[in-house]
Design a protein around this ligand. Structure first.
Ligand code: LLP
Length: 427
Protein backbone atom coordinates (compact mmCIF):
# COMPACT_ATOMS: atom_id res chain seq x y z
CA UNK A 1 0.00 0.00 0.00
CA UNK A 2 1.32 3.49 -0.83
CA UNK A 3 1.61 5.97 2.00
CA UNK A 4 -0.27 9.24 1.66
CA UNK A 5 0.97 12.23 3.66
CA UNK A 6 -1.16 15.36 3.68
CA UNK A 7 0.31 18.82 4.04
CA UNK A 8 -1.07 21.21 6.65
CA UNK A 9 -3.51 23.74 5.24
CA UNK A 10 -3.68 22.04 1.87
CA UNK A 11 -5.99 19.07 2.20
CA UNK A 12 -5.84 18.16 -1.48
CA UNK A 13 -2.06 18.37 -1.76
CA UNK A 14 -0.25 15.30 -0.47
CA UNK A 15 2.69 12.99 -0.94
CA UNK A 16 1.84 9.61 -2.38
CA UNK A 17 4.87 7.42 -1.89
CA UNK A 18 7.52 10.10 -2.56
CA UNK A 19 5.62 12.15 -5.17
CA UNK A 20 3.76 15.36 -4.45
CA UNK A 21 0.23 15.16 -5.82
CA UNK A 22 -2.73 17.48 -6.24
CA UNK A 23 -5.72 15.18 -5.88
CA UNK A 24 -4.85 12.17 -8.09
CA UNK A 25 -2.32 13.92 -10.34
CA UNK A 26 1.46 13.92 -9.95
CA UNK A 27 2.92 17.40 -10.03
CA UNK A 28 6.13 16.12 -11.63
CA UNK A 29 4.07 14.77 -14.50
CA UNK A 30 2.39 18.16 -14.89
CA UNK A 31 5.75 19.97 -14.77
CA UNK A 32 6.99 17.68 -17.54
CA UNK A 33 3.87 18.19 -19.63
CA UNK A 34 3.41 21.95 -19.26
CA UNK A 35 6.78 23.32 -18.12
CA UNK A 36 7.36 25.66 -15.17
CA UNK A 37 6.52 27.90 -13.42
CA UNK A 38 3.06 26.39 -13.39
CA UNK A 39 0.04 27.03 -11.17
CA UNK A 40 -1.96 23.93 -10.31
CA UNK A 41 -5.32 24.11 -8.57
CA UNK A 42 -7.50 21.47 -6.93
CA UNK A 43 -11.13 21.66 -7.94
CA UNK A 44 -12.16 19.57 -4.92
CA UNK A 45 -10.38 21.98 -2.59
CA UNK A 46 -12.22 25.00 -4.01
CA UNK A 47 -15.57 23.26 -3.84
CA UNK A 48 -15.02 22.08 -0.28
CA UNK A 49 -14.06 25.64 0.75
CA UNK A 50 -17.26 26.91 -0.87
CA UNK A 51 -19.28 24.14 0.79
CA UNK A 52 -18.09 25.30 4.19
CA UNK A 53 -19.83 28.65 3.59
CA UNK A 54 -22.87 26.98 2.08
CA UNK A 55 -23.17 24.55 5.01
CA UNK A 56 -23.00 27.53 7.36
CA UNK A 57 -25.84 29.15 5.42
CA UNK A 58 -28.28 26.21 5.45
CA UNK A 59 -31.76 27.45 6.33
CA UNK A 60 -30.68 31.08 5.89
CA UNK A 61 -31.05 33.63 3.14
CA UNK A 62 -27.37 34.03 2.44
CA UNK A 63 -25.29 34.09 -0.69
CA UNK A 64 -21.60 33.94 -1.59
CA UNK A 65 -20.33 36.55 -4.05
CA UNK A 66 -16.82 35.34 -4.91
CA UNK A 67 -14.32 38.24 -4.81
CA UNK A 68 -12.63 37.41 -8.07
CA UNK A 69 -9.62 39.62 -7.46
CA UNK A 70 -8.21 36.65 -5.53
CA UNK A 71 -8.08 34.57 -8.71
CA UNK A 72 -10.06 35.61 -11.75
CA UNK A 73 -9.20 32.82 -14.16
CA UNK A 74 -12.28 32.07 -16.21
CA UNK A 75 -12.47 28.35 -15.48
CA UNK A 76 -12.42 29.08 -11.75
CA UNK A 77 -15.19 31.62 -12.15
CA UNK A 78 -17.18 29.05 -14.13
CA UNK A 79 -16.79 26.59 -11.30
CA UNK A 80 -18.07 29.02 -8.68
CA UNK A 81 -20.94 30.26 -10.87
CA UNK A 82 -22.02 26.67 -11.49
CA UNK A 83 -22.10 26.09 -7.74
CA UNK A 84 -24.33 29.02 -6.95
CA UNK A 85 -22.01 32.00 -6.44
CA UNK A 86 -22.50 35.55 -7.52
CA UNK A 87 -19.42 37.75 -7.92
CA UNK A 88 -17.81 40.75 -6.26
CA UNK A 89 -15.97 42.84 -8.87
CA UNK A 90 -13.79 45.95 -8.74
CA UNK A 91 -13.44 46.89 -12.41
CA UNK A 92 -15.19 46.64 -15.74
CA UNK A 93 -12.53 44.16 -16.75
CA UNK A 94 -13.84 41.90 -14.01
CA UNK A 95 -17.41 42.45 -15.22
CA UNK A 96 -16.28 41.37 -18.70
CA UNK A 97 -15.01 38.17 -17.10
CA UNK A 98 -18.49 37.46 -15.70
CA UNK A 99 -19.90 38.06 -19.20
CA UNK A 100 -17.25 35.82 -20.76
CA UNK A 101 -18.45 32.85 -18.70
CA UNK A 102 -22.13 33.66 -19.33
CA UNK A 103 -22.96 34.00 -15.62
CA UNK A 104 -25.86 36.02 -14.22
CA UNK A 105 -24.93 39.73 -14.23
CA UNK A 106 -27.80 40.26 -11.83
CA UNK A 107 -25.61 38.61 -9.17
CA UNK A 108 -22.72 41.05 -9.50
CA UNK A 109 -21.71 43.49 -6.79
CA UNK A 110 -19.39 46.32 -7.84
CA UNK A 111 -16.97 47.34 -5.05
CA UNK A 112 -13.96 49.66 -5.04
CA UNK A 113 -13.16 53.27 -4.18
CA UNK A 114 -12.49 54.60 -7.67
CA UNK A 115 -15.17 53.48 -10.12
CA UNK A 116 -15.11 55.69 -13.21
CA UNK A 117 -18.21 57.17 -14.86
CA UNK A 118 -17.69 54.87 -17.84
CA UNK A 119 -17.53 51.84 -15.54
CA UNK A 120 -20.63 52.94 -13.65
CA UNK A 121 -22.51 53.49 -16.92
CA UNK A 122 -21.62 50.08 -18.32
CA UNK A 123 -22.43 48.30 -15.07
CA UNK A 124 -25.84 50.01 -14.97
CA UNK A 125 -26.54 49.10 -18.58
CA UNK A 126 -25.61 45.48 -17.90
CA UNK A 127 -28.00 45.35 -14.92
CA UNK A 128 -25.72 44.42 -12.02
CA UNK A 129 -27.16 43.65 -8.57
CA UNK A 130 -25.73 46.68 -6.78
CA UNK A 131 -22.86 49.12 -6.27
CA UNK A 132 -21.04 49.21 -2.95
CA UNK A 133 -20.60 52.96 -2.54
CA UNK A 134 -17.45 54.21 -0.84
CA UNK A 135 -17.92 58.01 -0.65
CA UNK A 136 -20.47 60.80 -1.00
CA UNK A 137 -18.84 62.02 -4.21
CA UNK A 138 -19.10 58.56 -5.73
CA UNK A 139 -22.77 58.36 -4.69
CA UNK A 140 -23.46 61.64 -6.48
CA UNK A 141 -21.73 60.44 -9.65
CA UNK A 142 -23.67 57.16 -9.61
CA UNK A 143 -26.88 59.18 -9.22
CA UNK A 144 -25.97 61.45 -12.17
CA UNK A 145 -25.11 58.53 -14.45
CA UNK A 146 -28.31 56.69 -13.50
CA UNK A 147 -30.39 59.80 -14.27
CA UNK A 148 -28.64 60.18 -17.65
CA UNK A 149 -29.72 56.62 -18.40
CA UNK A 150 -33.23 57.26 -16.98
CA UNK A 151 -32.79 54.45 -14.50
CA UNK A 152 -32.17 53.91 -10.80
CA UNK A 153 -28.92 52.52 -9.44
CA UNK A 154 -29.17 49.98 -6.62
CA UNK A 155 -26.61 50.79 -3.95
CA UNK A 156 -25.36 49.78 -0.57
CA UNK A 157 -22.97 51.91 1.42
CA UNK A 158 -19.64 50.48 2.51
CA UNK A 159 -19.17 51.43 6.11
CA UNK A 160 -15.75 51.68 7.65
CA UNK A 161 -16.49 50.33 11.14
CA UNK A 162 -13.09 51.31 12.59
CA UNK A 163 -12.30 47.77 13.68
CA UNK A 164 -8.80 46.33 13.88
CA UNK A 165 -8.77 43.18 11.76
CA UNK A 166 -5.42 42.23 13.34
CA UNK A 167 -3.79 41.49 10.03
CA UNK A 168 -0.99 42.92 7.85
CA UNK A 169 -1.37 46.72 7.57
CA UNK A 170 -1.46 46.55 3.74
CA UNK A 171 -4.51 44.27 3.85
CA UNK A 172 -6.36 45.86 6.76
CA UNK A 173 -9.14 48.00 5.38
CA UNK A 174 -11.61 48.73 8.17
CA UNK A 175 -9.60 51.23 10.23
CA UNK A 176 -10.04 55.00 10.26
CA UNK A 177 -6.76 55.66 8.44
CA UNK A 178 -7.73 53.48 5.46
CA UNK A 179 -9.00 54.86 2.17
CA UNK A 180 -11.98 52.48 2.22
CA UNK A 181 -15.60 53.01 3.07
CA UNK A 182 -17.57 55.78 4.73
CA UNK A 183 -16.72 56.63 8.33
CA UNK A 184 -19.16 55.08 10.81
CA UNK A 185 -20.20 58.50 12.11
CA UNK A 186 -20.90 59.86 8.59
CA UNK A 187 -22.99 56.92 7.46
CA UNK A 188 -26.43 58.10 8.62
CA UNK A 189 -25.95 61.43 6.87
CA UNK A 190 -25.01 59.62 3.67
CA UNK A 191 -28.15 57.46 3.77
CA UNK A 192 -30.25 60.59 4.38
CA UNK A 193 -28.61 62.19 1.36
CA UNK A 194 -29.14 59.03 -0.74
CA UNK A 195 -32.85 59.15 0.12
CA UNK A 196 -33.10 62.49 -1.68
CA UNK A 197 -31.48 61.27 -4.91
CA UNK A 198 -33.86 60.30 -7.72
CA UNK A 199 -31.36 58.04 -9.45
CA UNK A 200 -30.61 55.96 -6.35
CA UNK A 201 -32.38 52.95 -4.91
CA UNK A 202 -31.04 52.08 -1.47
CA UNK A 203 -30.65 48.34 -1.14
CA UNK A 204 -28.27 47.47 1.63
CA UNK A 205 -25.27 48.09 3.80
CA UNK A 206 -21.78 46.70 3.42
CA UNK A 207 -18.51 46.38 5.27
CA UNK A 208 -15.20 44.68 4.62
CA UNK A 209 -12.59 45.04 7.34
CA UNK A 210 -9.54 43.40 5.82
CA UNK A 211 -8.04 40.21 4.57
CA UNK A 212 -6.32 37.12 6.04
CA UNK A 213 -8.32 37.51 9.27
CA UNK A 214 -7.81 34.45 11.44
CA UNK A 215 -10.15 35.16 14.36
CA UNK A 216 -13.89 35.65 14.74
CA UNK A 217 -13.48 38.60 17.14
CA UNK A 218 -12.98 41.37 14.58
CA UNK A 219 -15.98 40.10 12.59
CA UNK A 220 -18.15 40.15 15.72
CA UNK A 221 -17.06 43.72 16.48
CA UNK A 222 -17.74 44.83 12.91
CA UNK A 223 -21.08 43.04 12.84
CA UNK A 224 -22.28 44.72 16.03
CA UNK A 225 -21.27 48.13 14.70
CA UNK A 226 -22.97 47.51 11.37
CA UNK A 227 -26.16 46.29 13.06
CA UNK A 228 -26.20 49.42 15.27
CA UNK A 229 -26.18 51.38 12.04
CA UNK A 230 -28.91 49.25 10.47
CA UNK A 231 -31.10 50.05 13.50
CA UNK A 232 -30.41 53.76 13.09
CA UNK A 233 -30.85 53.79 9.29
CA UNK A 234 -34.16 51.94 9.49
CA UNK A 235 -35.33 54.44 12.13
CA UNK A 236 -35.01 56.99 9.33
CA UNK A 237 -37.61 55.02 7.40
CA UNK A 238 -35.13 53.45 4.98
CA UNK A 239 -35.40 49.70 4.80
CA UNK A 240 -32.35 47.66 3.91
CA UNK A 241 -32.96 44.47 2.02
CA UNK A 242 -29.48 43.01 2.47
CA UNK A 243 -26.47 43.16 4.76
CA UNK A 244 -23.07 42.46 3.17
CA UNK A 245 -20.26 41.46 5.55
CA UNK A 246 -17.52 41.43 2.92
CA UNK A 247 -14.74 38.86 2.72
CA UNK A 248 -11.52 38.51 4.62
CA UNK A 249 -11.48 35.07 6.22
CA UNK A 250 -7.89 33.86 6.37
CA UNK A 251 -6.23 30.60 5.40
CA UNK A 252 -3.32 28.57 6.69
CA UNK A 253 0.04 29.66 5.30
CA UNK A 254 2.24 28.97 8.30
CA UNK A 255 0.41 27.32 11.15
CA UNK A 256 -2.43 29.86 11.39
CA UNK A 257 -5.65 28.30 12.62
CA UNK A 258 -8.51 30.32 11.16
CA UNK A 259 -12.01 29.07 11.93
CA UNK A 260 -13.81 27.28 9.12
CA UNK A 261 -16.37 29.44 7.33
CA UNK A 262 -19.10 27.18 8.68
CA UNK A 263 -17.97 27.55 12.31
CA UNK A 264 -17.47 31.27 11.95
CA UNK A 265 -20.90 31.79 10.49
CA UNK A 266 -22.46 29.67 13.27
CA UNK A 267 -21.06 32.30 15.69
CA UNK A 268 -22.08 35.23 13.54
CA UNK A 269 -25.62 33.97 13.04
CA UNK A 270 -25.96 33.72 16.83
CA UNK A 271 -25.46 37.48 16.99
CA UNK A 272 -27.71 38.10 14.00
CA UNK A 273 -30.45 35.98 15.62
CA UNK A 274 -30.07 37.65 19.02
CA UNK A 275 -30.41 41.04 17.41
CA UNK A 276 -33.34 40.02 15.22
CA UNK A 277 -31.53 40.04 11.87
CA UNK A 278 -31.22 36.27 11.34
CA UNK A 279 -33.86 36.27 8.61
CA UNK A 280 -32.26 39.04 6.55
CA UNK A 281 -30.60 38.54 3.19
CA UNK A 282 -26.93 38.13 4.07
CA UNK A 283 -24.15 38.51 1.52
CA UNK A 284 -20.47 37.63 1.83
CA UNK A 285 -17.59 38.41 -0.53
CA UNK A 286 -14.86 35.86 0.19
CA UNK A 287 -11.84 35.53 -2.08
CA UNK A 288 -8.77 34.01 -0.45
CA UNK A 289 -10.63 31.47 1.70
CA UNK A 290 -12.20 29.90 -1.42
CA UNK A 291 -9.06 29.51 -3.52
CA UNK A 292 -5.89 30.17 -1.48
CA UNK A 293 -5.15 26.70 -0.17
CA UNK A 294 -6.35 25.07 -3.41
CA UNK A 295 -3.36 26.21 -5.45
CA UNK A 296 0.36 25.55 -5.70
CA UNK A 297 2.99 27.08 -7.95
CA UNK A 298 5.54 24.55 -9.17
CA UNK A 299 8.97 25.65 -10.21
CA UNK A 300 12.27 24.12 -11.36
CA UNK A 301 15.49 24.57 -9.44
CA UNK A 302 17.92 26.33 -11.79
CA UNK A 303 21.00 26.76 -9.65
CA UNK A 304 22.20 26.12 -6.12
CA UNK A 305 24.55 28.88 -5.09
CA UNK A 306 26.41 28.39 -1.83
CA UNK A 307 27.53 31.59 -0.16
CA UNK A 308 29.54 32.66 2.84
CA UNK A 309 26.52 34.01 4.68
CA UNK A 310 23.70 32.34 2.79
CA UNK A 311 22.93 29.60 0.35
CA UNK A 312 20.64 30.50 -2.50
CA UNK A 313 18.27 28.16 -4.26
CA UNK A 314 17.48 29.92 -7.54
CA UNK A 315 14.24 28.73 -9.09
CA UNK A 316 12.41 29.66 -12.28
CA UNK A 317 9.41 31.24 -10.50
CA UNK A 318 9.88 34.82 -9.35
CA UNK A 319 8.23 37.83 -7.73
CA UNK A 320 6.33 38.45 -10.97
CA UNK A 321 4.61 35.05 -10.54
CA UNK A 322 4.22 34.92 -6.75
CA UNK A 323 4.39 38.55 -5.62
CA UNK A 324 3.17 38.12 -2.04
CA UNK A 325 6.56 37.54 -0.35
CA UNK A 326 8.08 40.62 -2.04
CA UNK A 327 4.99 42.75 -1.40
CA UNK A 328 4.00 41.76 2.12
CA UNK A 329 6.92 39.62 3.33
CA UNK A 330 4.30 36.88 3.20
CA UNK A 331 5.21 33.30 4.07
CA UNK A 332 4.47 30.49 1.61
CA UNK A 333 5.57 26.96 2.46
CA UNK A 334 8.00 25.53 -0.11
CA UNK A 335 8.37 21.76 -0.48
CA UNK A 336 10.11 19.47 -2.98
CA UNK A 337 8.02 17.56 -5.50
CA UNK A 338 10.09 14.48 -4.71
CA UNK A 339 10.30 13.65 -1.02
CA UNK A 340 13.18 11.64 0.48
CA UNK A 341 15.78 12.79 -2.00
CA UNK A 342 19.32 11.58 -1.59
CA UNK A 343 20.84 15.08 -1.65
CA UNK A 344 21.79 16.58 1.71
CA UNK A 345 19.43 18.96 3.50
CA UNK A 346 20.65 22.57 3.46
CA UNK A 347 19.22 25.94 4.43
CA UNK A 348 18.48 28.22 1.48
CA UNK A 349 16.95 31.51 0.59
CA UNK A 350 14.69 30.54 -2.28
CA UNK A 351 14.88 33.28 -4.90
CA UNK A 352 13.85 33.97 -8.47
CA UNK A 353 15.85 35.21 -11.46
CA UNK A 354 14.54 38.81 -11.39
CA UNK A 355 17.07 41.59 -10.92
CA UNK A 356 15.83 42.79 -7.53
CA UNK A 357 16.95 41.83 -4.04
CA UNK A 358 13.24 41.74 -3.21
CA UNK A 359 12.79 38.82 -5.57
CA UNK A 360 12.55 36.11 -2.96
CA UNK A 361 9.96 33.39 -2.43
CA UNK A 362 11.09 31.99 0.90
CA UNK A 363 13.83 32.74 3.40
CA UNK A 364 15.92 30.30 5.39
CA UNK A 365 14.20 27.16 4.20
CA UNK A 366 15.55 23.69 4.87
CA UNK A 367 15.37 21.81 1.60
CA UNK A 368 17.00 18.82 0.01
CA UNK A 369 16.87 19.60 -3.67
CA UNK A 370 19.12 19.35 -6.68
CA UNK A 371 19.39 21.38 -9.86
CA UNK A 372 16.77 20.25 -12.36
CA UNK A 373 14.38 19.07 -9.65
CA UNK A 374 11.21 20.87 -8.70
CA UNK A 375 9.65 22.58 -5.71
CA UNK A 376 6.07 23.59 -4.98
CA UNK A 377 5.18 26.93 -3.42
CA UNK A 378 2.06 26.15 -1.41
CA UNK A 379 -1.12 28.14 -0.72
CA UNK A 380 -0.63 29.96 -4.01
CA UNK A 381 -4.24 29.88 -5.23
CA UNK A 382 -5.10 33.42 -4.11
CA UNK A 383 -3.49 36.73 -5.02
CA UNK A 384 -0.64 35.13 -6.97
CA UNK A 385 -1.69 34.61 -10.59
CA UNK A 386 -4.13 37.53 -10.30
CA UNK A 387 -1.33 39.84 -9.11
CA UNK A 388 1.32 38.49 -11.46
CA UNK A 389 3.10 40.79 -13.90
CA UNK A 390 5.38 40.75 -16.92
CA UNK A 391 8.30 42.39 -15.09
CA UNK A 392 11.63 41.60 -16.73
CA UNK A 393 9.63 40.67 -19.87
CA UNK A 394 8.64 37.38 -18.33
CA UNK A 395 5.51 35.73 -19.68
CA UNK A 396 2.92 34.82 -17.11
CA UNK A 397 2.80 31.18 -16.01
CA UNK A 398 0.32 28.61 -17.25
CA UNK A 399 -2.50 27.30 -15.05
CA UNK A 400 -3.90 23.80 -14.69
CA UNK A 401 -7.04 22.70 -12.87
CA UNK A 402 -6.98 19.19 -11.43
CA UNK A 403 -10.20 17.27 -11.05
CA UNK A 404 -9.61 13.82 -9.53
CA UNK A 405 -7.25 12.02 -11.86
CA UNK A 406 -7.78 14.47 -14.73
CA UNK A 407 -6.02 17.75 -15.39
CA UNK A 408 -7.14 20.63 -17.60
CA UNK A 409 -4.95 23.42 -18.93
CA UNK A 410 -7.05 26.50 -18.11
CA UNK A 411 -4.54 29.15 -19.23
CA UNK A 412 -1.63 28.65 -21.58
CA UNK A 413 1.76 30.11 -20.80
CA UNK A 414 2.39 33.60 -22.24
CA UNK A 415 5.14 33.73 -24.84
CA UNK A 416 7.30 36.68 -25.81
CA UNK A 417 5.16 37.33 -28.87
CA UNK A 418 2.16 37.84 -26.56
CA UNK A 419 4.15 40.38 -24.59
CA UNK A 420 5.37 42.40 -27.57
CA UNK A 421 2.08 42.51 -29.46
CA UNK A 422 0.84 45.85 -28.08
CA UNK A 423 4.06 47.76 -28.68
CA UNK A 424 4.93 49.89 -31.71
CA UNK A 425 8.35 50.85 -33.07
CA UNK A 426 9.07 54.49 -33.86
CA UNK A 427 9.13 55.28 -37.60
N1 LLP B 1 -14.43 42.47 -0.71
C1 LLP B 1 -13.68 43.58 -0.82
C2 LLP B 1 -14.33 44.88 -0.89
C3 LLP B 1 -12.28 43.49 -0.84
O1 LLP B 1 -11.54 44.59 -0.93
C4 LLP B 1 -11.66 42.21 -0.76
C5 LLP B 1 -10.19 42.10 -0.80
C6 LLP B 1 -12.49 41.08 -0.67
C7 LLP B 1 -13.86 41.24 -0.63
C8 LLP B 1 -11.92 39.69 -0.59
O2 LLP B 1 -11.14 39.54 0.55
P1 LLP B 1 -10.55 38.08 0.93
O3 LLP B 1 -11.69 37.18 1.28
O4 LLP B 1 -9.81 37.59 -0.26
O5 LLP B 1 -9.66 38.34 2.08
N2 LLP B 1 -3.36 41.06 -2.18
C9 LLP B 1 -3.54 40.83 -0.78
C10 LLP B 1 -5.01 40.79 -0.39
C11 LLP B 1 -5.77 42.02 -0.80
C12 LLP B 1 -7.24 41.96 -0.46
C13 LLP B 1 -7.97 43.07 -1.11
N3 LLP B 1 -9.39 43.07 -0.90
C14 LLP B 1 -2.80 39.56 -0.38
O6 LLP B 1 -2.20 38.93 -1.23
O7 LLP B 1 -2.79 39.20 0.79
Amino acid sequence: MTQSKHLPGAPHVHYEADQLMVEGVSLRALAKEHGTPLFVYSKASMLSALKSYQDGFVGRQARVHYAMKANSSLAILQLFAKHGCGFDIVSIGELERVKAIGADLGLVIFSGVGKTRAEIRQALQEGIFCFNVESVSELDVINEVALELSTKAAISVRVNPNVDAQTHPYISTGLKGNKFGVAHEDTLRLYQHAQTLQGIEIKGIDCHIGSQITQVGPYLDAMNKVLDLVDAIEDLGVSLSHIDFGGGLGIQYEGERPPSAQDMWAELFKVLDQRGYGERQIIVEPGRSLVGNAGVCISEVQYLKPGEQKNFCIIDAAMNDVPRPAMYEAFHEIVPLLAHQSSPMAVYDVVGPICESGDWLGRERSLNVQVGEHVAILSAGAYCMSMSSNYNTRGRAAEVLVDGNASHLIRRRENTQDLLQFERLLD
